[in-house]
Design a protein around this ligand. Structure first.
Ligand code: GLU
Length: 459
């Protein structure tokens, strides 16, 4: 992952260095020096905080849970990013995810920097009381480095509004008498959270797909048809309907994106497969997503795993092996589970024409290069899944003013922001040979570089 980060930074900076219109004041050896500084700044996190959370368990023993807070870059504003609760969390991963947050915020013009946290545990193995103690300990250990104008955590995989409420309460206790609503985002509405925050990532993922492959293409069909860009031909082929879609992951992102697709009347498509940590469900004429969401909501978030459960919930589906989803013969793959799901081992078997990254980093660098070379359009994480942090920003603003928006207003602002980003990006993407991911990185790095240059940090 570290190499991937460095490659991304080097390639984006290389493209910008060659672009004579970018920072034209910088010439000759000054230009070389500035780009060397930029590369060092962007490929290294500002700070890595690490600690062991010592927490007593219900049975009287004491665990020591490794935990991290990485602050990658704050050129654009306070550090911002989720706290992941997962047993595979490690320092390299958190560093890379913090870097992606820096780029994601820069890409979408969100006035935050990039950060990320991680707690190495499987939350399913702990009681609610223990999770509460762990969450509060995390805040106590990192109390000095977080805060509404310093570093604002949010939910990530394995955490949600419950944990954010607990953490905000602990922050409030420690920093009594100071503003606290902006210390965490992704809180419950009762505790100062924003309407629409929970659904924001999934809705944004589906909107990105719909806007790119429907609205934008319909408006630019003629131009795209005459373009010799290989991605233009791939994009046009996706307009041949009906389309089939498979969704990996049925959590907060996958289930909401699937429901948006199910309810969308603009595009003739059906979701033929969904998977979670246990199982894949398949129905060639389309799955009943609302019924699956209903089932998951009363079964600890899990999809049905037996024919009896399917029958009881009146869901028509075939039970298949979870891992076969990514190589299914579908037009669109929406990845909303873990990272590294498409890799060297399975990339040659991927048959989808479009991959939408709802999760962070679900495609490895090798797979990304291979599939892009073969005309597959990969809608990258930092473009597609930014809905969460965009609405986190709205939540932070609302908390500062203690004035709250309606759900409609939140969605309108979310969609407007994502559309603005795509309207800047897509004409450039279809007009040059870089992949959509490379275009996103170049765009984000150029915004960061301009700010760093103007702040006098590139000597
Ligand atoms: N964890 C989410 C992400 O990866 C949201 C971050 C936030 O809202 O700060 O984008």
């Amino acid at each position: 992952m570290k190499e991937q980060t460095e490659t991304i930074v080097e390639e984006s900076l290389g493209a910008l260095l060659r672009n004579k219109e970018f920072l034209p004041d910088l010439q000759g050896s000054m230009r070389e020096q500035a780009f060397t500084s930029l590369s060092a700044i962007l490929s290294t996190p500002n700070k890595i905080h690490q600690s062991f959370l010592r927490v007593p368990l219900d049975n009287g023993s004491v665990v020591r849970v490794p935990s991290f807070r990485v602050q990658h870059n704050d050129a654009l504003g306070p550090y911002k990013g989720g706290i992941r609760f997962h047993e595979t969390v490690n320092e390299d991963e958190v560093v890379n995810l913090a870097f992606l947050m820096t780029l994601k915020n820069a890409l979408h013009d969100v006035p935050f920097g990039g950060g990320k946290g991680g707690i190495v545990l499987n939350p399913r193995e702990y009681s609610v009381k223990e999770l509460n103690a762990i969450s509060r300990k995390y805040v106590r250990y990192f109390a000095d480095v977080i805060g509404p104008d310093k570093d604002i955590p949010a939910p990530d995989m394995g955490s949600g509004e419950r944990e954010m409420d607990w953490m905000m309460a602990e922050y409030k206790k420690i920093h009594s008498g100071t503003p606290y609503l902006g210390s965490f985002t992704g809180k419950s509405v009762a505790n100062g959270g924003s309407l629409g925050r929970r659904e924001a990532t999934g809705k944004g993922v589906y909107f990105t797909f719909r806007y790119l492959f429907h609205d934008f293409i319909e408006a630019n069909r003629q131009w795209l048809a005459t373009s010799d860009n290989p991605f233009a031909a791939s994009a046009l082929s996706v307009t041949q309907r009906p389309l089939t879609m498979a969704v990996q992951g049925f959590g907060n992102v996958g289930s909401v994106a699937a429901l948006e697709a199910f309810n969308c009347r603009k595009i003739d498509h059906s979701i033929v497969a969904v998977s979670d940590r246990n199982v894949m469900l398949y129905n060639e004429s389309g799955l009943n997503i609302p019924a699956l969401i209903q089932f998951a909501s009363t079964n600890a978030g899990d999809l049905p795993t037996t024919d009896e459960q399917l029958q009881e919930a009146q869901i028509q589906a075939e039970i298949r092996k979870r891992d076969d989803l990514v190589t299914m013969d579908v037009d669109i793959l929406l990845l909303a589970a873990l990272e590294n799901q498409i890799h060297e081992g399975n990339m040659k078997d991927v048959r989808a024409k479009v991959i939408v990254e709802g999760a962070n980093a679900p495609t490895t660098q090798e797979a990304d290069e291979y599939l892009s070379k073969h005309g597959v359009i990969i809608v990258p994480d930092i473009l597609a899944n930014a809905g969460g942090v965009i609405v986190s920003y709205l939540e932070w603003l609302q908390g500062r003013e203690t004035q709250f928006y309606s759900e409609e207003e939140v969605y309108r602002l979310l969609i407007e922001q994502m559309q603005r980003t795509m309207d800047t990006l897509l004409p450039q993407y279809f007009g040059d040979p870089h992949s959509l991911r490379e275009n996103c990185f170049i765009h984000a790095v150029s915004r960061l570089s301009t700010v760093l240059y103007k702040q006098g940090k590139l000597y």
